[in-house]
Structure formats: structure tokens, C-alpha cells
Design a protein around this ligand. Structure first.
Ligand code: FAD
Ligand code: SIN
Length: 540
């Protein structure tokens, strides 16, 4: 089958992928793959907004300090400086591409309403009411559609990267194999540079704010290709999702707490002051752990978030989407507290990149939630991820433009995808059960509070699941569920391995066996496939 060829392959059409693709289309042809509809990405669900120094009262120093404080000692300070300072230009580019952030009534051209969120010492979150991500996706989607050099292939799932000299000394990435979900054919997509922008992996946990696309495919593909992965133990749990069986962990934005919402127990007692002087506006790891601890202490199913003391008209105007969604479940947040619980939200770790989005594999770049630049350290500051994705999408474009300037090498030949003797998947139940088991064990044993025993138990089960999934994978024709399942078990293993290695508590990683910081562990948890010893139960 003829390969699909272009100068650039971008795997993922969220903010990181699209911004990179739009810029790259000015110097070459671009293919963007999205594994579902093009508007289905974590980006589309972002509510609070994008953090950037914007007001004259704010400063880069202050944003840098807040980011470092949230990151609990593990941020790379150069990454923080670079990305924070890149914020205003990235925001201006989003605006130039058509994003309409909420303005101040009767304000000047550059005056936008700035939200406040936990861990930020200033108002600095630009937003489009409480539908910021949808608005960014609309603007970038339209801008991408207007670029003649750029095409988006929806419902195409990247399976594996095309790596030249995989086992040799000079590997390089030349694209990927991708499954077309409509025809079920696997095709080569060849490119001179490949950008991994596949977002997060919230689906590795039973309860998550993330949409179904978030199965950590980029991390798993890069890991299989030999790239270093880091800091996977730092999975961020968002403190407040609506507690309702039909709400699918609908996010209740931190911006509500920025506007004064208070966390309460069922009897109305506010409890956050007992945990942190900044109470509801403490960093996210502190708030999520406090809620978890109160729920366990009192045997509660949820706690309550109360913004009913604020003027109803302000709440409806500032949070129209959240207001309507809660109302559809019978909760009027302008008149009573609403039930909330934490859920898995954001992958702080990922594929290690430099500050130009370069991975250690030549021609392979990564940006957005899939990448680990060092910005977030052990805990991401609210609304810093849209910032990172936008700044790094732009910076990666700069790097790729330079490195391809005098590069005229033709891609090497890669074999066609070989389905071998694989048969069509008959036993869907095996896939759904394994999927469910991974998500449950991650939730129960590798959640907000961990222990060595829980992690060891999770590790043993993951090894068995990995073995089953591995043999199942090669015996059956590929489909997207199977691809995701294989990636999910890899991501689960990486989270557990990193968590087991860290013998201290820091940021989002809290273990009862080592509840304090130990600066002996003040370093990133790096993991590479070649360094992992196969266990007796599992293939490497
Ligand atoms: P995504 O936007 O997730 O895009 C991933 C893309 O990769 C998708 O197009 C998907 O189809 C594609 N993809 C994945 N795997 C494959 C594959 N194998 N083959 C082909 N394509 C693939 N951050 C903030 O800064 N501010 C906020 O207010 C905020 N609110 C949030 C609210 C919610 C509910 C959620 C879930 C997240 C929120 N975040 C927020 C986090 C932020 O939205 C994400 O981190 C960010 O949007 C990630 O962007 P991305 O471009 O890296 O990936
Ligand atoms: C939110 O709106 O609370 C999400 C912000 C974020 O994840 O950064």
C-alpha cells in the first residue's frame, strides 16, 4: 500500500499539535492524525484557561515563583523561566489565530478578564468564560482548515513509530504506522519530522476528567522506540469533579474557588484552613489530598463545593457551562453547595524533551501533555498546561525549521505493516475486562495516597496483565481498543515503576511509608525501555 507522505507528521490535534502544525505548514506539507473526531481532545475540555503574565500588576518573577512552589522542588528552573516568559507571545498568537478570550466590559483592545486559580498569587488566567478549550479548538481548527498545506486525517490511530536503526546506534524517526478506523487498514505515514502531541493518559484511572482519547499513546510509542520517559508517578488529581453517577467526572473548574467557592463537609463545616493557610487556593495536590483525607476520615462519598454566597448573576455569567451542566443533574450552584470528588486529571510526566521539543531520538519531537519539559516538577500549577503546550508547540516549530533547513535526506524504506497470522478479535470481553482491571487497580493502589504494599500489589498484577495483553495483541487483528489497551498497560507500568522508585513523598506522589521529603530523591525519575529488566511473568 502506498504510504502517506508529507514533510511533517503531527500525531494529535489538540492545542500543541495544531499550533505546531499551523506553523509548520508555512514551510512544508503537514499531516495531522487524530484518533477520533478532530475536535475530541483534552484541550476541548479545558475550562479555567491559560495562565500567562498579562496585567501590569503581575510579573514573570511572580509566575515563576508560583510555578516553582507548586512543583515542590522538582521543576527545571530554566524550563520554568523559558515557558513563563514565552506566555504572552503564545497568547497573542492564539488571539491572532482567532481565539476570543473573555474581555473586560468596556476595556481596551488588550484588556482581558483574568481568572484566579489555586497556587497563583495574581490573577493571570485568560479564559473564554468556562469553555476556554472549546474556543481555542474552534479557532485553531478553523485556522488549520484554511492552510492548503495541512490536512487532518480524523479517526487514524498511530500504532508505532517508524524508527530507522531501532536497535542500532543512530536511530531516527520517520513517521508512524497508523490504523484507519474506517477501513481497518494499517498504513505507513512517512515524514521528515514527527511531532508527538497525543495528550494525557487519564483513562489509566477509573475516574478521570479526561475524554476517552486520553490513553497515553504517545508515551507508550516513544517508550517502545527507546526514548526516555520521566516523572510518571506525578499524576495529578483534580480536587473537584461533580459527584453524580451520570456525570462522568464532569470537572468543576478551580476558577470557582478562585471566585470564592468554599469546600465544606456535609454538615457545612469548611475544612481547608486546617490543611493549608491558602485554604481553597492551596496547590492542587494539597486540596485533593485534604478532600481524600476527609472522605476517608468520615466515610463520606463526597464533599461539597459552595459558591451560593456569590451573586447568582455573576456565577451564571462567569460559569455558564458549569451552571447549566450542574442544573441538568438537579444541582443549582447559585443556591446550594454541590457534591464533588477528586478524579485523575493530568500527566505531569511524559516523554523527556529539551526546551525545543526535541526528544533524544532525532526527527522525533514531543509537546503538550505528552512531553516532560521540566515545567511542572512534582505538581502542575493550574492552567500552566495550555501555556506549556502553546509555548512548546511554537518553540518546536522554530527548532524543526532550523534542523531541516539543509536536510535533504530521503526517508529510508520501511516494511509494510505485517498482520502475521492474526485473526479478527472475537473475545471483546477479554479487552474490556483487562481495561477495567487496569483502571480499577490504578485507582485503588496508585491513587492520591500510596504505600509500598499497594504499589507492589499493583506491579504484580500489571505484569500478569501485560503478559496476557502482549500475547493477545500479536494473535489478533488490530483495532483501536487493542492499540489503546496495550498502551494503557504500558503507561500503568511506567507510573507504578516510577512511584516504586521514589522513596519519599513529594508533590503529587504521597506514600504513607515515606511521608516526608527526602532530598536524596530530589531528581527526576527517568525510565528507559532498555534499562527495564523483564520480570519472570512478563515479556520486555
Ligand atoms: P490533547 O488536547 O489531549 O490532544 C491530543 C490529541 O492526540 C487528540 O487529537 C487525539 O485524538 C490525539 N491522539 C492521541 N493518541 C493518538 C494516536 N495514537 N493516534 C492519533 N492521534 C492520537 N489545562 C489548562 O492549562 N487550563 C485549563 O483550564 C484546563 N482545564 C482542563 C479541563 C479538563 C476537563 C481537562 C481534561 C484538562 C484540562 N486542562 C487544562 C489540561 C489541558 O487541557 C491539557 O493538558 C491540554 O489541553 C493537552 O493538550 P495536548 O495538545 O497536549 O493534547
Ligand atoms: C480547571 O479549570 O480547574 C482546570 C485547570 C487546569 O487543569 O489547569
Amino acid at each position: 500500500m502506498e504510504p502517506i507522505s508529507s514533510d511533517f507528521l503531527v500525531i494529535g490535534g489538540g492545542i500543541a499539535g495544531l499550533l505546531f502544525a499551523i506553523k509548520a505548514s508555512t514551510i512544508g506539507t503537514v499531516t495531522v492524525l487524530t484518533k477520533a473526531a478532530s475536535d475530541e481532545a483534552n484541550t476541548a475540555y479545558a475550562q479555567g484557561g491559560i495562565a500567562s503574565v498579562w496585567s501590569v500588576d503581575d510579573s514573570f518573577e511572580s509566575h515563576v515563583d508560583d510555578t516553582l512552589r507548586a512543583g515542590d522542588g522538582l521543576c527545571n528552573s530554566l524550563a520554568v523561566e523559558t515557558i513563563v516568559r514565552g506566555g504572552p507571545d503564545a497568547v497573542r498568537e492564539l488571539i491572532a489565530l482567532g481565539t476570543r478570550f473573555t474581555r473586560i466590559d468596556a476595556g481596551g483592545e488588550d484588556e482581558y478578564d483574568l481568572g484566579r486559580e489555586g497556587g497563583h498569587s495574581h490573577r493571570r488566567v485568560l479564559h473564554a468564560q468556562d469553555l476556554t478549550g472549546r474556543e481555542i479548538m474552534r479557532a485553531l481548527g478553523e485556522a488549520a482548515a484554511a492552510r492548503p498545506n495541512l490536512r487532518v486525517l480524523e479517526n487514524h490511530v498511530a500504532v508505532n513509530l517508524l524508527i530507522e536503526n531501532h536497535a542500532g546506534s543512530n536511530p531516527a524517526c520517520w513517521g508512524a504506522y497508523a490504523l484507519n478506523k474506517a477501513t481497518m487498514a494499517v498504513r505507513k505515514v512517512v515524514a521528515r519530522a514527527t511531532m508527538l502531541a497525543t495528550g494525557g493518559a487519564g483513562k489509566v484511572y477509573l475516574y478521570t476528567t479526561n475524554p476517552d482519547i486520553a490513553s497515553g499513546d504517545g508515551v507508550a510509542m516513544a517508550y517502545r522506540a527507546g526514548a526516555p520517559i520521566a516523572n510518571m508517578e506525578f499524576y495529578q488529581f483534580h480536587p473537584t469533579c461533580l459527584y453524580h453517577p451520570a456525570a462522568k467526572s464532569f470537572l468543576i473548574s478551580e476558577a470557582l474557588r478562585g471566585e470564592g467557592a468554599i469546600l465544606r463537609l456535609p454538615d457545612g463545616t469548611a475544612f481547608m484552613k486546617r490543611y493549608h493557610p491558602d485554604a481553597e487556593l492551596a496547590p492542587r495536590d494539597v486540596v485533593a489530598r485534604a478532600i481524600d483525607s476527609e472522605m476517608k476520615r468520615l466515610g463520606l462519598d463526597c464533599v461539597y463545593l459552595d459558591i451560593s454566597h456569590q451573586p447568582a448573576s455573576h456565577v451564571r455569567e462567569r460559569f455558564p457551562n458549569i451552571y447549566k451542566r450542574c442544573l441538568s443533574f438537579g444541582y443549582d450552584l447559585t443556591s446550594a453547595p454541590i457534591p464533588v470528588v477528586p478524579a485523575a486529571h493530568y500527566m505531569c510526566g511524559g516523554v523527556v524533551t529539551d526546551l525545543c521539543g526535541r526528544t533524544t531520538i532525532p526527527r522525533l519531537y514531543a509537546a503538550g501533555e505528552t512531553a516532560m519539559t521540566g515545567l511542572h516538577g512534582a505538581n502542575r500549577l493550574a492552567s500552566n498546561s495550555l501555556l506549556e503546550a502553546a509555548v512548546m508547540g511554537r518553540r518546536a516549530y522554530g527548532a524543526v525549521r532550523e534542523s531541516l533547513r539543509n536536510d535533504f535526506r530521503a526517508p529510508p524504506e520501511f516494511p509494510e505493516w505485517d498482520p502475521g497470522s492474526a485473526a479478527r478479535t472475537e473475545q471483546r470481553v477479554l479487552i474490556t475486562h483487562s481495561w477495567d482491571e487496569i483502571r480499577r487497580l490504578m485507582w485503588n493502589y496508585v491513587g492520591i495516597v500510596r504505600s509500598e504494599r499497594r504499589l507492589e500489589r499493583a506491579f504484580r498484577r500489571i505484569q500478569l496483565l501485560k503478559e496476557e495483553i502482549h500475547s493477545y495483541y500479536w494473535d489478533h487483528l488490530l483495532d483501536s481498543d487493542l492499540i489503546e489497551l496495550r498502551n494503557l498497560v504500558t503507561v500503568a507500568e511506567l507510573v507504578v515503576r516510577c512511584a516504586m522508585a521514589r522513596k519519599e513523598s513529594r508533590g503529587l506522589h504521597y506514600t504513607m511509608d515515606h511521608p516526608e521529603h527526602d532530598d536524596e530523591w530530589l531528581r527526576d525519575s527517568l525510565i528507559r525501555r532498555e534499562d527495564v529488566q523483564p520480570t519472570p511473568a512478563s515479556p520486555a
